[in-house]
Design a protein around this ligand. Structure first.
Ligand SMILES: *[C@@H]1O[C@H](CO)[C@@H](O)[C@H](O)[C@H]1NC(C)=O
Ligand SMILES: [Zn+2]
Ligand SMILES: [Zn+2]
Length: 270
């Protein structure tokens, strides 16, 4: 066998294993917040920004600044496993995180019919063409502005405190609420793994802090809250970026190592 032939054979095996590897990643159990908006967004990939909007960049528009959006819980579509006051606290914190970076405030309303944002828990097919799928899989979905519908899958084991809720399939309500509010405001799914708007969340994971990508995305739609300064970006943003770079370089070294290994193997066979 010529050296050229064994080199192309190595390349073939490398790509074979590479695709095998890719497939395995995709086939891993998907427990994410996979929203129905997948087909409805385009990528905004200039510079380092990885956030995404819905087609046409819809956003909420109100004459007053800062604008106030009201939200209400469906009186008929709540769950019994959590108290209403726990659920209200969770959403209050989730809304406050977004409100701290844009000139938009959120107020809970008793008037479900007239609220801008309407929140409820639903099972299976619930009349909007996006049926829920039982435990895990799709956890929640929400619609682009100014629809205001935020639906959570009633079949999930929703948790506000993993110390109290021991189920291995428990899902953190606050993490999902924060993600879904991003959709309500007009953000699609981000490609940045650490971002709140990344489409996957593992059971028993808590991910509630807005990352730089989320903040830049939502501020490009609504502007910045005058009370918000970039200095508020915590240390975690810096370490997160470092971690990403570290992982990327490790991965490519790993790939090179496999390629080297295959070449070495074939050479020994010859
Ligand atoms: C900024 O902070 C002040 C004082 O807490 C508050 O009255 C105001 O509404 C805040 N502005 C926005 C846009 O949230
Ligand atoms: Zn989503
Ligand atoms: Zn729905």
């Amino acid at each position: 066998m010529s050296l050229l032939f064994s080199y192309s054979l190595s390349l073939f095996f490398f790509f074979f294993f590479f695709f095998l590897n890719l497939h395995a990643l995709r086939a891993s159990p998907d427990t994410g917040i996979l929203s129905s908006e997948h087909t409805n967004h385009h990528f905004t990939l200039h510079g380092t920004r990885r956030y995404v909007y819905f087609t046409g960049k819809p956003r909420w528009v109100r004459p007053m600044t800062p604008m106030t959006l009201t939200y209400a819980f469906s009186p008929d579509n709540m769950i019994n496993s959590l108290s209403l006051s726990d659920i209200r606290q969770v959403f209050k914190r989730a809304f406050a995180r977004w409100a701290s970076v844009i000139p938009v405030s959120f107020a809970e309303s008793e008037d479900y019919g007239f609220a801008d944002i309407r929140i409820g828990f639903y099972s299976g097919d619930h009349g909007d063409g996006e049926p829920f799928d039982g435990v895990l899989g799709i956890l929640a979905h929400s619609f682009s502005p100014e629809s205001g519908r935020l639906h959570l899958d009633a079949a999930e084991t929703w948790a506000v405190d993993f110390g109290m809720e021991k189920s291995p399939v428990a899902v953190d309500l606050e993490s999902v609420a924060t993600h879904e509010i991003g959709h309500l405001l007009g953000l699609g799914h981000s490609l940045v793994k650490e971002a709140i708007m990344y489409p996957n969340l593992k059971p028993r994971d808590k991910k509630v802090d807005l990352q730089r990508d989320d903040i830049e995305g939502v501020q490009a739609l609504y502007g910045s809250n005058p009370n918000y300064t970039v200095g508020d970006l915590s240390e975690s943003y810096i370490s997160t970026n470092l971690a990403v770079d570290f992982r990327t370089s490790r991965q490519s070294k790993w790939a090179n190592f496999i390629l080297a290994l295959i070449i070495i193997c074939l050479c020994i066979c010859n």
